[in-house]
Design a protein around this ligand. Sequence first.
Ligand code: WT7
Length: 654
Amino acid sequence: MSKNIETHLQENRVFKPAKEFSKKARISSMKQYEELYEESIKKPRTFWAREAKELAWRKKWTSVLDWKPPYAKWFVGGKLNVTESCLDRHLETHRANKAAIIWEGEPGEIRTLTFRQLHREVCRFANVLLNNGVKPKDRVLIYMPMVPEAAIAMLACARIGAIHSVVFGGFSADSIADRLEDCGAKLVITADGGYRRGKIVPLKASVDEALDKYEGQVETVIVYQRTGEDVAMKRGRDKFWKEEMAKADKTHEPKAFDSEHPLFILYTSGSTGKPKGILHTSGGYLLGAYSTCKYIFDMRDEDVYWCTADVGWITGHTYIVYGPLANGVTQVMYEGAPNHPDFGRFWEMVERHRVSIFYTAPTAIRAFIKAGDHFPEQHDLSSLRLLGTVGEPINPEAWMWYHLKIGGGRCPIVDTWWQTETGAIMISPLPGATPTRPGTATRPFFGVDAAILDEEGNECGPNEGGKLVIRKPWPSMTRTIWGDKRRFRKTYWSDYEGLYTAGDGAFRGPRGNFWIVGRLDDVLNVSGHRLGTAEVESALVEHQTVAEAAVVGRPHEIKGQGVIAFVTLKEGVLPNAELNQELRNHVAQIIGAIARPDEIHFAPALPKTRSGKIMRRLLKELVTKGEVSGNVTTLEDLGVIEHLQESLANAKSQ
Ligand code: WT7
């Protein structure tokens, strides 16, 4: 970590928000930020009660916060229907016929849904769910391409109090089956397929494969026809979206649910075992989504906002569905890949729709840099006023390119740190107030009591690396891991009594800015997505030829980190190039393409201690430095290292 800190410390470029931007922004100076921040930390109940009044409640809460670590309840006694804040309330205003979603399919078609139209679709689909027997707290699994119907499906679940669990369309049938197993969904919403890089991704086929494996009971599968390709439909179980919608009533009176009513489960990778189901509830989550959009993206009525994430990730939940809709802003939604038909696609779309706020990931920015400046240069990007990034630390080169080539040197950049578990952005500049520096997410958002602690729990001094923790509850925090309270406590609340441990290493600079360095656990960050090394290892050992596997991350120019695997084969199996390829595909098949290892190295044995523990530290050093330093005296067989070193060197020279 120390080397990382050193590189950051050499970063002394500062960018102050432009006067014109600050003048109009909700928070226009550091003084204003600091005063409000202080109130939010000292009197969180006062602060959040005031913010929460901007949402649509059916019944006011009796107490803002009930905190029994690690369990928080926000707006206790309050009742609301999350979709009323996102949809119904806009219909009584000038926003009724304003575009809520301007959607582009990858092949190029454009569809616009106004708030009224979106509301109508959500109402009708809520009735479809009711007609199919879905009750409050039932789980509904959603496996969809990036089409408006993905958001409609999520909102319809929320409207009737069902818990949605969206599975990213790039995940495999096995991943769907695991999640079904864990959450016990009885209804699945999917599509025939979606477009990605000019090809059709067959989604329904993966759902069928998952349902063959899943031993529980899925009664209904609703299939939205996006591509129009033929799909197998199982009689009695599978129903077309279109036909169900035609049968359903068009009006739906929303019921009010408890503020702590579960809203969704979203699975994310951890350092051990299978992905965990992060549970978010209604009032607090919605408030986090709403107020971060309001203050950090400074959303206003005239904005055209675009978040390039997929609804399958938390970014899509909070910053495509709930946050922007609750703010009544117009947004762009895009189905496909950033490089289809070429790397100009995003910039062409920014120009076409006059996008003013743009939110993407550092990995995408690095891919654009590599593709060449001529792509953005061919387009008029003057509509942009604010840029954001999320998912991983942004390297200064990418930050500067984004600032100059996309933002034309005039747009503030908000580098937003948060996690699936935090529900909403936690550390970020406020665009009209905070001086930014390439590589730092700067300061905590309102109500976020972030700190960096050493092993003993003491706060680290300036430039001293430690663990990032949050010391007070915040409205959009995860309430638990679905079905696993023990894991919830152990993962987030056991390092320091009563404090939330994020799993990231970080340090604070001399001006109090937070610099996030990266994960401290065995979680990789591949293209801004979390991937557990344990998941990839278990996928590998599921293959009949594999005896043992160890997986580590290696810095990757575009992806941030790449997956490198070390494998020992079972007795009598000979390593060869075909098997290598087969194993890489096998991982992609078991988890999804994101997890496909960049390299697999076969070895007669893995480096182990005398007690038989795999020495990951050595493997990490081998892949990052090409050699091992430090203490290897506990290693059982030194020859193993030489062998692996050779294999890595060979891969490099190829
Ligand atoms: C992990 C959370 C939250 C949406 C996307 C990822 C890393 C996220 C930043 C940032 C440095 C970041 C952290 C975090 N991360 N944003 N701005 N700077 N690191 O959500 O899959 O839950 O992953 O992503 O390591 O713990 P996620």
